[in-house]
Design a protein around this ligand. Sequence first.
Ligand code: UDP
Length: 332
Amino acid sequence: MLTVFITGGAGYIGSHVVKELLHQGHQPIVFDNLQTGHRKAVKNVPVIEGDLSDQKILKETFQYYPIKAVMHFAADSLVGESVQNPEKYFNNNVKNSMNLIEIMEEMNVKKIVFSSSAAVYGEPKEIPISEKHPCVPTNPYGETKWIFEKVLQAFHDAQKLNFISLRYFNAAGADPEGDLGEDHSPETHLIPLLIKAALDGTSVPVYGTDYHTPDGTCIRDYIHVTDLSHAHILALTQLEKENASGIYNLGNGNGYSVREVIETVKKVTGKKVTAIDSPRRPGDPARLVASSTKIKEELGWVPNYPHLETIVETAWKWHKKHPNGYGHQKEK
Ligand code: UDP
């Protein structure tokens, strides 16, 4: 049993990982400023409402709990917003993350699993993208994730910590048991927006129809949030076992265009979905598809929900039951 400090543990991915950690017998300590996270998404665990900019509360928490490892989810994560407001991204994702590394060093905590992103690669030179692909981010969000990976590598080289950085492709879907799901405000992600459109008749913009892809829309690799969560447990186990660090992609290796995702949502929901062709969203690469061979081979990761249809089905189930997210639950 490990006591694990989870920044952003009340968020979409963090809360799914907290559930998995509990399931595996670990003790998660959630640290979240609850700006985008939801208290209701984390049950039966300590939740400290705090911000990574607050060194005092960080120190108090590390002094109070016997923390042995860290999982660092807390971040701003919207590509478009990062282009408009880079200051917010460098401050939160880099500067505030440094406070976390500093307290870890002070308190002699040497293991961290970091939420990185496919956005570190920028416009890919080859598909699928392996971890050896050069990192040339095309937006400030990707830049902040890349910078922090380099911070972790430098601290590792100085023998101050071991890290596993997980480069997520497009996290999607919801806890198959129906307890947790995706609830952002405002929502900007494709799958929840399409499901909302299926539920309430709103329309969804298709950002860019002139990309060099077969149907002109962007291609992404969608990965189920529960499969992502399993990868975090494997990463933690790996950090326990060895004095090793590593960087791993997490995707399914299948690319779907925006139009294909729209068709899947229509099929799964059986509803009409209105999509409106719109200009490109700044900072979006045309194609992001992962090679996850490394994590499969080295950590034994096996996705249980690799098909887009299953991913959408789990999301649909959650959104139908929680049309207002964590705010209000529909009676059965
Ligand atoms: N997208 C879109 N309309 C939307 C939201 C997203 O066409 O309202 C596209 C977006 O350009 C990208 C893909 O859907 O190609 C996935 O975007 P999302 O915001 O879900 O995730 P990201 O790739 O930014 O992490």
